[in-house]
Design a protein around this ligand. Structure first.
Ligand code: SF4
Ligand code: SF4
Length: 285
């Protein structure tokens, strides 16, 4: 019987870890039963955390707070934000995928492309699994990124954006800070994908071991590195940051065709800036 926030946190942690470790869906689907993702990390934040209001200023007013997406999903209740928690997770790339990707200079390795496409499909299954498990336990929940209400939007500051950013939820949940290339640098590095669920549940928030949203990036914290600049084949990363337009154009116009013709499936991925750099697998400080 789980009855305290701490026990609930341990329970949710094990729900996510068990699914990643044991589900046959965590698979690159390359003909061998090779895992898409390694050992996950999990963090929690509170629904009323002011960081979520702050994301409206940073990303755009369209970005949901936890209470907005929860109450839009369950309009029959009008739940206050302090009854909600955000459960966030990091799915790190495997050593085999990172080793392959480190060899590449213009296009993604096949393993990396599979993790982006088949691995993200598993991430969606994980979102559904966490929501279903919570609901069965009596905790109503929604995965914002796969909600029918989720939308792409244009951010004044960042260009392509959406109504829920998994990386921002992970940042608020103590799991990492942003790098020059825009990726989230976590204790498992930047070579990862993340996901989250908003639920009506009391969980102890994960302490944030940082105050600055760029704390873990060597460029911002120590004025050195910048290796992601040189990893990008199209110059989308400069000392001014990440040019999303240039990056997206390369992904959609070049990489999508490459993935189809070389690997035989649809989808696109690049991630060269997340591999073979000091923040690939750890906090580089
Ligand atoms: S490669 Fe260096 S500059 Fe780029 S995000 Fe990582 S730590 Fe920051
Ligand atoms: S993902 Fe975008 S920014 Fe990163 S290396 Fe590829 S094109 Fe450049």
């Amino acid at each position: 019987m789980v009855d305290t926030g701490e026990k609930l946190g341990v329970w949710i942690d094990s729900v996510i870890a068990d699914f990643v470790h044991h589900s046959p869906l965590n698979c690159l689907r390359s003909g061998e039963r090779e895992k898409a993702w390694a050992d996950p990390l999990v963090g929690f934040s509170r629904g009323e955390d002011p960081l979520y209001e702050g994301f409206k200023d940073h990303v755009g007013s369209f970005h949901w707070t936890p209470v907005e997406i929860f109450n839009r999903t369950f309009p029959e209740w009008s739940v206050p934000s302090n009854q909600l928690a955000v459960i966030s997770w990091i799915l790190p790339q495997t050593e085999a995928t990172k080793a392959d990707q480190a060899q590449e200079t213009a296009y993604p390795s096949e393993r990396w492309a599979r993790s982006r496409v088949m691995g993200e499909s598993f991430n969606n299954e994980l979102r559904r699994h966490v929501v279903a498990t919570l609901q069965q336990g009596g905790f109503p929940a929604v995965a914002p990124a796969i909600s029918s209400l989720w939308e792409l939007r244009q951010s004044e500051r960042f260009g392509h954006a959406s109504t829920w950013s998994e990386r921002h939820a992970a940042y608020a949940s103590g799991l990492g800070t942003f790098g020059l290339s825009d990726g989230l640098i976590t204790p498992r590095g930047q070579a990862m994908r993340c996901g989250s669920v908003v639920a009506r549940i009391q969980l102890p928030p994960t302490p944030l071991p940082y105050e600055d949203h760029h704390a873990y990036c060597l460029y911002f914290s120590q004025g050195r590195c910048g290796e992601c600049i040189f990893r990008c084949p199209v110059g989308a990363i400069t000392q001014a940051g990440h040019d999303k337009e240039t990056c997206q154009k390369y992904l959609r116009q070049v990489i999508a065709e490459y993935v189809g013709s070389h690997f035989g499936f649809e989808g696109y991925a690049c991630g060269l800036c997340q591999s073979h750099v000091p923040c690939e697998s750890k906090i580089p400080l």
